[in-house]
Design a protein around this ligand. Structure first.
Ligand SMILES: NC(=O)c1ccc[n+]([C@@H]2O[C@H](COP(=O)([O-])OP(=O)(O)OC[C@H]3O[C@@H](n4cnc5c(N)ncnc54)[C@H](OP(=O)(O)O)[C@@H]3O)[C@@H](O)[C@H]2O)c1
Length: 253
């Protein structure tokens, strides 16, 4: 699949959380398509390691930014416009979870999980939406989760945030449709990254998990990244307001 072409040469993308995991894979694939990419993450070391690994020269910009801080998000988009001149696509990839019951959750923990997953997606989409509305063209793709559709005890705050992303996707898709901007989301089941390592690295838990996945395995980051590339390309120009499940058929059962 490595040579599939999505016609993204010289297009400019912002990938939040592009320093590792799914975001890093999306960034790699966009660069392989000869696109220009601005990534962000909170930690400079993570950005430096990704920059060294990607070795993409002037096609990559790495900006330290916390997506739930509006001044950081302003900085990320201003810098992207300064260096690359436009924004053709935004990938809202940042997400995090801390396993906790909802009923007993500490309000501070609620704020932290909602901040990174939902408020960050809002702040970045708002900026990108305004830029793309002027350009009369653009793509916004957010990474949701199967947890936004299926309630999972101890993943409640995360699930609420991801369900919020799905609704944000539908509303922004309507608001931006007249400006030729498509807004979609991708909802993976478990993906083999650091985020979910405690689950997939334990063989007993892994065997249990894949029993509910018709395709018989968890996702690799590339499974999600290819779907994101499709939603960033002209091939998906008539798709908007949708959340595409990338879960090996789990939600079809
Ligand atoms: N892995 C899974 O099983 C799975 C399943 C379904 C959905 N997802 C979703 O897929 C997305 C990516 O997950 P992943 O597994 O690739 O995660 P990951 O390996 O933990 O990577 C997260 C990335 O986001 C950055 N980040 C985290 N919080 C941030 C913040 N507040 N502001 C800016 N950057 C931030 C991290 O860098 P810093 O630490 O330097 O900030 C890192 O680059 C998330 O939205 C997640 O909810 C994952």
């Amino acid at each position: 699949m490595g040579n599939l072409s999505f016609n993204l040469k010289d297009k400019v993308f912002v990938v939040t959380g592009g320093s590792r995991g799914i975001g890093l894979e999306i960034t790699k694939m966009l660069l392989d398509q000869k696109a220009k990419v601005a990534i962000c993450g909170r930690k400079q070391e993570g950005l430096d390691a990704a920059t060294a690994e990607l070795n993409a020269g002037e096609n990559l910009l790495a900006v330290p930014a916390h997506v739930a801080r509006s001044e950081d998000v302003d900085g990320l988009f201003n810098r992207t416009l300064e260096v690359f001149g436009r924004v053709d696509g935004l990938i809202n990839n940042v997400g995090m979870n801390i396993v906790t019951g909802l009923v007993d959750a500490d309000p501070g923990l609620w704020n932290k999980i909602i901040d990174s997953n939902l408020n960050g997606t809002f702040l970045c989409s708002r900026q990108a939406g305004q830029i793309m509305r002027e350009q009369k063209k653009g793509k916004i793709v957010s990474i949701s989760s199967i947890a936004g559709r299926r309630s999972a005890p101890f993943m409640g705050i995360y699930g609420v945030a991801k369900a919020g992303i799905e609704m944000m996707t539908k509303v922004m898709a309507q608001e931006l449709a007249a400006f030729n901007v498509q807004v979609n989301a991708v909802a993976p089941g478990m993906v083999r990254t650091k985020f979910s390592e405690p689950f997939w690295s334990n063989s007993e838990i892994y065997e249990q998990i894949i029993k509910s996945i018709p395709l018989g395995r968890i996702a690799e980051p590339a499974d999600v990244a290819w779907t994101v590339l499709f939603l960033c390309s002209e091939a998906s120009d008539f798709i908007t307001g949708q959340t595409l499940m990338v879960d090996g058929g789990a939600s079809a059962v």
